[in-house]
Design a protein around this ligand. Structure first.
Ligand code: GAP
Length: 473
């Protein structure tokens, strides 16, 4: 068996995700709606499994982390205090010919110029250099007729709760651009209700919204997405050690779910926000996107967030340390990761086309999603060998009904067993159970492994335990 080198992997993944019921483009019957995607049956199962794995490692297995689910909408001053209103924007340029919208920083990056935190005037000077060298071209039509760069706010606005429809500075509310805003606002209630001692953390998973200028690359960058964030509240002197501890912790999470160590790397941000002392990203080498791209950020944010919210709300958000008898504003380090980016990463890593020789000696391609078993949308598929034999179908249904109490299962009696194996391989199901005529005699079934394609004969009485152990291993 050999693994085929895949070309056009992004196109393949987009087509695969749609045709197999993982990810659909939004609003297709109305001609589509850019920057938003919908998750079908297998997609939501995979997404939930990624989220659950994150939650287990970040909350369930830790004594210093509590959970939260805050609203998408918050008091609008939240985003003034955080600095998002007024400065959460990207530099936008437009093609005057085909109206293609582009991010000036991305264009400059293609020419080796980092525009991270660059003032708009300097961005325009850099663009002028490209213009003079006749290198500034529209990424869609190739025209050189490109506008100057201007700042484009990523904040998404709404009139929720307003008595008037028209949006103005007086009635605007924002859909949160990051979930951590809710964590800062609920820091006080969490302290007052649960009384955690520093250092401790609040974690949450939820939707965030950004009016992204460019939303290509499938679900990598969208306007509506989910973040999984944790904010660790600590004493300033604890920051260095905790930062290193969390870096290790997060790295291990990727390895534990089957991402090879050589497919991820650290990217250190050299230009930091004025309040930050350290910022690293975990980047994954996407075959589908042609290289390393950010999936997760780990940031040491100082006391900026709570100080700002304390200042703007007039509330005391300080912490009194019994041990040192000191009062201070806790410092924060965060880990922040996009659920859809992880989804794309896991599919990118797992989507494999293998060249096999079948029983007739012919070459054939097997598409298989070699997802970590914890993440597989369906854990076990159950087949009666033949569809038209009620005794086999009845036994298979009985086994399926029992296994469903323990695992996400699927029943399939369409086509021959070979075809059913291929269908389950494509959606990443680690185990297929076949009920055949021998089952009626020996009370045993055939269990076939997705990765090795080996088959085991297992007694029905022992099947649940067998599968539990196999899925854990
Ligand atoms: N609270 C910090 C924060 O939000 P960020 O670097 O802007 O930091 C963190 O975002 C993570 O959220 C990114 O590493 C990425 O995984 C995800 N993310 C950000 N913008 C996204 C978008 N438009 N679409 C999908 N995921 C996004």
């Amino acid at each position: 068996m050999s693994i085929k080198k895949e070309e056009n992997k992004l196109e393949k993944i987009v087509g695969f995700a749609k045709s197999k019921g993982f990810v659909f483009p939004s609003s297709e019957i109305y001609g589509g709606f850019a920057g938003v995607y919908d998750y079908g049956h297998y997609g939501i199962l995979l997404k939930n499994n990624i989220r659950d794995s994150w939650w287990k490692s970040m909350v369930q297995l830790r004594e210093d982390v509590v959970g939260l689910d805050s609203g998408v909408f918050m008091h609008p001053t939240t985003w003034v205090a955080s600095g998002h209103v007024g400065s959460f924007d990207d530099p936008q340029i437009d093609c005057r010919v085909c109206k293609n919208r582009m991010r000036a920083d991305h264009i400059l990056e293609n020419f080796g110029v980092s525009a991270d935190k660059m003032p708009i005037e300097t961005i325009n000077q850099e663009l002028d250099k490209l213009r003079e060298a006749k290198k500034l071209k529209c990424t869609n039509c190739g025209s050189s007729d490109i506008t100057e760069a201007k700042r484009f706010s990523l904040m998404v606005k709404s009139n929720l709760g307003s008595p008037t429809e028209a949006l103005s500075e007086d009635n605007v509310v924002y859909l949160r651009p990051e979930t951590c805003g809710g964590i800062y606002l609920e820091y006080k209630n969490t302290m007052d209700s649960l009384h955690p001692k520093l250092p401790f953390c609040i974690a949450q998973v939820g939707k965030a919204f950004r009016n992204e200028i460019v939303t290509k690359q499938f679900i990598f960058r969208t306007r509506e997405f989910e973040q999984m964030e944790m904010q660790y509240f600590l004493r300033p002197q604890e920051m260095k050690a905790k930062y290193e501890e969390w870096k290790k912790e997060r790295w291990q999470w990727y390895l534990g779910l089957g991402i090879p160590g050589d497919k991820i790397k650290w990217y250190k941000h050299e230009k930091l926000a004025h309040y930050a002392s350290e910022a690293y990203d975990i980047e994954y080498n996407f075959d589908a996107l042609g290289g390393f791209k950010e999936v997760e950020g780990i940031h040491a944010r100082g006391d900026w967030d709570l100080s700002q919210h304390s200042k703007f709300s007039g509330q005391d958000l300080s912490y009194y340390d019994d041990a040192t008898k000191e009062r201070f504003i806790p410092h924060i380090m965060e880990t922040s990761v996009g659920l859809a980016r992880l989804f794309l990463m896991f599919i990118d890593n797992a989507y494999i086309e293998e060249e096999l020789t079948n029983s007739k000696g012919e070459k054939e391609i097997r598409t298989v999603l070699k997802l970590h078993k914890d993440l597989a949308p369906i854990k076990v598929a159950v087949f009666p060998l033949l569809k038209n034999k009620p005794e086999l179908v009845g036994k298979a249904k009985e086994i399926y009904t029992n296994l469903r109490q323990h695992f996400m299962c699927e029943f399939d009696d369409n086509g021959n067993v070979g075809k059913r194996y291929r269908r389950q391989d494509e959606i990443g199901t680690p185990y297929c159970v076949t009920i055949d005529f021998d089952t009626l005699e020996d009370n045993a079934v055939t269990v076939r492994d997705r990765d090795t394609m080996k088959q085991d004969r297992v007694k029905i009485d022992e099947l649940t335990e067998y599968l539990k152990n196999a899925i854990k291993s």
